[in-house]
Design a protein around this ligand. Structure first.
Ligand code: FE2
Ligand code: FE2
Length: 216
């Protein structure tokens, strides 16, 4: 495999194995790469777009590029797993399931993915584990890397139709991960409240934590 480079902006048409741009732990990287190659093409494309967004946002916030890349490459390894299978895997892996997740099991693809990578692929880094685990709901304990992975996932350009305010969110994320995360959570919760839908308790806690932090 050629030595990776940091010219990520020129990498969009590379073969998947060549899109690993920042040197990482070789074992973890190889195992993760094998998982990515087994995913549906559309999901792989999403993951690499998210990686590109994360690399753009990482530098202004002093976040290590290797960790930004690994966190985003790892975040959706279980996104293609059906909800029923996620519930079975949660039981096998010891992942706790809340009532909200039982009602909408796809929310488990982050926690299940993180635990699978920890057990099988040597994902021992706590911050990376948490970033993968909470990338769908956020969590009050997320550090800058976790916030970056969460926001990069929502800033995939292909999701612009889903999030009409995506351009504003992108600009906010360049300035402040906290303000951008609060903006996203507030907007999405308002939509869910309006529709009478559930809100994951971790999202509520994360939003409360951000409001209190930004107020102080
Ligand atoms: Fe996801
Ligand atoms: Fe994703």
């Amino acid at each position: 495999m050629p030595t990776p480079t940091c010219t990520f902006w020129a990498a969009r048409n590379w073969e998947p194995w060549a899109r690993i741009l920042v040197p990482l732990s070789p074992d973890l990287l190889q195992r993760l790469q094998a998982r990515l190659e087994s995913l549906p093409d559309g999901l792989q494309a999403h993951i690499y777009r998210v990686r590109d967004v994360a690399l753009e946002l990482a530098a202004p916030h002093g976040i290590d590029l290797q960790r930004a890349e690994l966190g985003t490459l790892a975040h959706d390894v279980c996104r293609a797993v059906p909800g029923g299978d996620l519930l079975k895997m949660s039981a096998e892996l010891g992942v706790s399931v809340s009532d909200v997740e039982l009602d909408f099991p796809l929310l488990l693809h982050g926690p299940v993915g993180a635990e699978l990578l920890r057990r099988e692929d040597d994902l021992t880094d706590h911050e990376l584990y948490e970033a993968v685990r909470w990338h769908s709901t956020a969590h009050a304990s997320l550090d800058p890397l976790g916030k970056l992975v969460f926001l990069a996932d929502k800033l995939d350009p292909q999701k612009a139709a889903v999030y009409s305010y995506q351009s504003k969110l992108h600009d906010m994320a360049l300035e402040s991960l906290d303000l951008a995360l609060l903006e996203f959570l507030s907007r999405e919760m308002a939509v869910r409240f309006e529709r009478g839908e559930t809100v994951h308790p971790a999202s509520v806690d994360a939003r409360n934590s951000l409001i209190l932090k930004l107020r102080s």
